[in-house]
Design a protein around this ligand. Structure first.
Ligand code: UT7
Length: 329
């Protein structure tokens, strides 16, 4: 059993850009069909930002909504952790832009880069700080402008991704929405399955990196697909065991939204009804670190859970990285 203070999610918020790109829109420039994208991924449409809008802009809106939901003023925030693979820029951090714009004048701020598992990594950090007593109020944000790192000439990747942001406020436990356990894992030996090769210290930006389109996300979809299913089944089974539960005891599973077939295959392997997994990939595609907090906000505002329900967040992504958070609603 984890020791220390209890840590609860006291507020949830999200923000999606207004502009919608449907599958049919993509067929105008790509050799693809709505039927293929829907059948192979479950995605019907995704949101994208206008030019000039950055990850922090989405995050600020989501954060203010989460703080309002928690009835917490920005000056009460001790720490901002922003999970993103599409920071506004490399220095300063996106969390610092959020800190300034929301007026969190007493907060520390940093970014977490753990791809699609970024939100569960950030939530686990927040739980650690709150549970240890070091901090009282942590704002956790998952925010992505994946359209900015997507190659819209590559039909095997550009159909997948969308933009959006979600945020939660984590505070000392008040008996509601308590984060009971968190689990994190990684396997860097499979780094090549999902990469954005250029723009870092290994391959700094150059004419050559631009010509080779190395500033866009590249993925080995088939390999990732199989690994994602095995990993999700494994993580859900482990999370149940760690909490002395059976998998069927989870009232809802909130998976990272990467592909409907990954979610359905995992549910089938676990012999769980498909509707136990929350799905909104049809409307937003894969929004990486933002997908779980966006889902949480919809679940919260839609009153889809009852107090005391057992909820498991489960994410898997590039790195490879993965993780779970078990929440008693
Ligand atoms: O969030 C982090 C984790 N992300 C993931 O885990 C993503 C996991 N991977 C996937 O979701 C899937 O692998 C994809 C959606 C990326 C691809 O689906 P797939 O069923 O694995 O397709 P595939 O790559 O095996 O391609 C099958 C065929 C190929 O044609 P041939 O070689 O069989 O003639 C592709 O060229 O489908 C073709 N194809 C397309 N056809 C129409 C690939 N993309 C498209 C497209 N429209 N957009």
């Amino acid at each position: 059993m984890e020791k220390g203070y209890k840590a609860s999610i006291t507020g949830v918020g999200s923000f999606l850009p207004r502009k919608v790109i449907t599958n049919d829109d993509l067929t105008r420039t790509l050799d693809t069909t709505d039927e293929w994208i829907t059948r192979r991924t479950g995605i019907k449409e995704r949101r994208v930002v206008e030019d000039g809008v950055a990850a922090s802009d989405l995050a600020i809106e989501a954060s203010l909504r989460a703080l309002d939901d928690a009835n917490v003023s920005p000056s009460e925030v001790d720490l901002i952790v922003a999970a993103t693979i599409t920071p506004d820029c490399l220095v300063p951090t996106t969390a610092c832009f959020i800190q300034d714009k929301i007026g969190a004048k007493n907060a520390g701020a940093f970014d977490i880069l753990a791809a699609c598992a970024g939100f569960v990594y950030a939530l686990s950090i927040a739980k650690g700080f709150v549970a240890s007593g070091a901090m009282k109020t942590v704002l956790v944000v998952g925010t992505e402008c994946l359209s900015k790192i997507t190659d819209f000439t590559d039909r095997s990747t550009c159909i997948l991704f969308g933009d959006g942001a979600g945020a939660v406020v984590v505070q000392r436990g008040n008996g509601k929405r308590e984060i009971i356990t968190t689990y994190l894992g990684s396997d860097g030996s499979q780094a090549d399955l999902l990469t954005l090769p250029a723009g870092g210290s290994k391959l700094p930006a150059s004419h050559a990196t631009i010509e080779s389109r190395s500033h866009y996300i590249q993925l080995k979809g088939k390999e990732l697909f199989k690994t994602a299913i095995n990993n999700m089944v494994d993580m859900i089974t482990k999370a149940a065991a760690e909490n002395n539960m059976q998998v069927e005891d989870f009232d809802m599973i909130v998976p990272h939204q990467s592909n409907i077939r990954i979610i359905e295959a995992a549910m089938e392997r676990l012999k769980q009804p498909r509707k136990k997994a929350y799905v909104n990939i049809d409307r937003y595609g894969n929004t990486s670190a933002a997908s779980i907090p966006i889902a949480l906000d919809e679940i919260d505002k839609g009153d889809m859970l009852n107090p005391g329900d057992s909820v498991l967040l489960v994410a898997f992504g590039g790195g490879l990285t993965w993780g779970t958070s078990f929440i008693k609603w």
